[in-house]
Design a protein. Sequence first.
Length: 209
Amino acid sequence: MGKKKRKYDKGASVGFLMALPTVLGLILLNIYPLCRTVYMSFFKSGAFGKWTFVGLDNYVTMFQSAGFWTVTKNTLLFMLLTVPVTVVLGLLIAVLLNQSINGKTAFRAIYFLPMVVAPAAVAMVWKWLLNSRYGLVDAILYFLFGIRPAWLSDTNLTMISMCVISIWSGMGYCIVIILSGLQSIGTTYYEAAKIDGANAVQRFISITF
């Protein structure tokens, strides 16, 4: 009994040690800044680093600002346009990558690549692609249809541009997460469904989804 307990304690210690860098990073880079931001929201900054406690005045001003509600509306719209599309496309691509196809490892790496690229590099590439004067996307549209949309300056197109970039850059992570779940589904379920006469759509809805 004593040996088992010592083995468990050693294993738990190793586990805690391995998780420590992530936990510290989470505390220092996420939790503490969040708590600090909430604390500072009750103060007003002054000259020479002086802070004056103002209570809920900042929140009252924020909720009375038309700009705050515009930003909130745009944020909710951005979320509604990107999250469902990212998940649905991620699910469909993950299902395809889970099949027995040639080069699926390479395809997985390609789809996940945007997740490991620096956000600044992603921004610069898309800024070039969507440039209304010499961007590749506009060059193709101008060649085919004679139009040059201002993707990054037209207020009617900016939201669409940002949604496309967000879906492109975030879909790889979604694919990997869903793919790991798909690979945990035993093949016996699909084999049994085939024997029972279920077609591909029925197997997808009843088993995969």
